[in-house]
Design a protein around this ligand. Structure first.
Ligand SMILES: O=C(CO)COP(=O)(O)O
Length: 261
């Protein structure tokens, strides 16, 4: 089965809601509709931008999807500062990143919490983009396959097979994030293939064949084609390059197989 590539722009803590509107308009204008038949495109802005993005996407009937960068494992209650799955679902979010390495490192998120967040997203009909990836020391020790396998297994723990089928996985080696050091296509493919192998072993071939596995870490228009050409890489989770409308559009068009618009 051919998996449709997904390119998701993780804006991280960048752009206010006015800047968000400008960027989405730029992408909508620059990326012709026909590309969406070959690539799914999503933006993941900060929470404060989502309502504005929703309004724009709805009003102009854009094919672009959007989502959030995190969610609470809880639905509601005394959790100051948190944002819940039902709130995101109400805003029309299709995706939410869960377990991004920045949240694991800066906010101390454990695999157990990440697993709860994956379940919270699924409960509210939002596709979790479960992020896994090793630090440089882990790779240098040759432990990257075992490390990412454990993160995958723990992140999906307790899910039914059909729920796993609804998840997107993103392999983001920590040493390649925001550093300009992209993993080679061969390095990225090695891990993505191994993750798919783990899915097959735990949930069967059908699920493993259906689930999209993205690569993230210094993806740009200059390297995306080589990455998505690999058998087991089904798109990209893009940080820095997703903040530049022209660059992001180019990247999406190339992930769709080109030509440039
Ligand atoms: O963390 C990332 C996306 O989630 C990758 O960020 P960069 O593309 O800026 O390296």
């Amino acid at each position: 089965m051919a998996r449709k590539p997904l390119v998701a722009g993780n804006w991280k803590m960048n752009l206010n809601h006015l800047e968000a509107i400008a960027l989405v308009q730029k992408i909508a204008f620059a990326l012709p509709e026909k590309y969406y038949a070959k690539v799914d495109v999503a933006v993941l802005p900060p929470f404060t931008d989502i309502r504005s993005v929703q309004t724009l996407v709805d009003a102009d009937k854009l094919s672009l999807a959007y989502g959030a960068q995190d969610l609470s494992p809880q639905d509601s209650g005394a959790f100051t500062g948190d944002i819940s799955g039902p709130m995101l679902a109400k805003l029309g979010c299709s995706f939410v990143t869960v377990g991004h390495s920045e949240r694991r490192a800066i906010h101390g998120e454990t695999d157990e919490l990440v697993n709860k967040k994956v379940k919270a997203a699924l409960k509210h009909g939002i596709t979790p983009i479960l992020c896994v990836g090793e630090e440089l020391a882990v790779r240098e020790a040759g432990e990257h396959l075992a490390h990412t396998r454990d993160q995958l297994i723990e992140g999906l723990k307790g899910l039914k097979t059909e729920q796993v089928q609804a998840v997107v996985i993103a392999y983001e080696p920590v040493w390649a994030i925001g550093t300009g050091k992209v993993a080679t296509a061969a390095d990225a493919e090695e891990v993505c293939k191994s993750l798919r192998g783990t899915l097959s072993e735990k949930y069967g071939d059908e699920v493993a064949t259906a689930v999209r596995v993205l690569y993230g870490g210094s993806v740009k228009s200059g390297n995306v084609s080589e990455l998505v050409a690999a058998d087991n890489i089904d798109g990209a989770l893009v940080g820095g390059a997703s903040l530049d409308g022209e660059e992001f559009t180019k990247l999406c068009a190339l992930a769709a197989g080109g030509p440039l618009p």
